[in-house]
Design a protein around this ligand. Structure first.
Ligand code: ADP
Ligand code: MG
Length: 253
């Protein structure tokens, strides 16, 4: 299978704080990678570098063969202009912990806005796609609602549908259920599972070990800016080789 995400020797610091200390990770097309790790280990920063919301200090990231944020010429890298970065970013869906829906737009308009503005899709086509996606996440009847009228679980399902509206080749999830009341976690995980089974490539940062066990092709455990171990869930979750992985799992399981 082809490599969808190729992360090579990525380093990232914030001032004196080294947050990513040499990350190498490959994600194959159609696979689900779950990233686990303690708070502060660099998980969000890693996701944010993949769509160039954070610039890397060293190393490089490619998504579907495109170098993110840069153009290579010989052995030199040139930064892409913002407009090109935005174009790359439209094909990488990002779902945040706090949904981040546009509060002043209806549910439907949340899904229509970017395809019309960024991809220049005809409005009617964007609306038809939006309605189909809302059906897919079980919210076909809430197209005209405002985000504030929805539960957290419903808002997050809208956020997932909104990400899908740009036909991403890659979906990134940053703790998509951490802000939800426990009884709403399942409905969001079910939508993500459904997408996984349809072969969308995704990287999911989560503490939901059951989800990782069931859905992940690869589980990655990060600690202190490094990938400590990675492998199939049955290995990393049930037979972790590193003490730090064991210690983490004993806390979250
Ligand atoms: P995680 O998602 O695993 O909890 P983060 O990637 O959010 O970890 O953060 C890793 C470390 O980087 C933390 O110590 C955090 O405070 C720091 N950090 C993250 N973003 C910034 C930023 N923009 N400026 C300064 N420090 C940051
Ligand atoms: Mg985080």
């Amino acid at each position: 299978m082809s490599v969808m995400v190729d992360i090579r020797s990525v380093h990232k610091s914030f001032g004196p704080l080294d947050v990513l200390k040499g990350i190498d990770l490959q994600v194959r097309a159609g696979e689900v990678t779950v990233v686990l790790g303690p708070s502060g280990s660099g998980k969000s920063t890693l996701l944010r570098t993949i769509n160039h919301l954070e610039k890397v200090d060293r190393g490089a990231i490619s998504v579907d063969g495109d170098l993110i944020g840069y153009r290579r010429s010989g052995d030199k890298l040139y930064e892409l202009p913002e407009r090109e970065v935005l174009k790359q970013r439209t094909r990488i869906g990002f779902v945040f912990q706090n949904f981040n829906l546009f509060p002043h737009l209806t549910v439907l308009e949340n899904l229509v806005e970017a395809p019309v503005a960024a991809l220049k899709r005809p409005r009617e086509q964007a609306e038809a796609t939006a309605r189909r996606l809302l059906e897919r996440v079980g919210l076909g009847d809430r197209a005209d609602a405002w985000p504030r009228q929805l539960s957290g679980g419903q808002q997050q399902r809208v956020a997932i549908a909104r990400a899908l509206a740009l036909e991403p080749k890659l979906l990134l999830f940053d703790e998509p259920t951490s802000a939800l009341d426990p009884e709403l976690v399942g409905e969001v995980l079910d939508v993500i599972k459904d997408l996984a089974h349809q072969g969308i490539t995704m990287i999911v940062v989560t503490h939901e070990i059951g989800f990782a066990r069931e859905v992940a092709d690869t589980v990655v455990f990060m600690d202190d800016g490094r990938i400590v171990e990675q492998g199939p869930p049955a290995e990393v979750l049930d037979r972790p080789r590193h003490e730090r992985t064991r210690a983490f799992l004993s806390k979250v399981l």
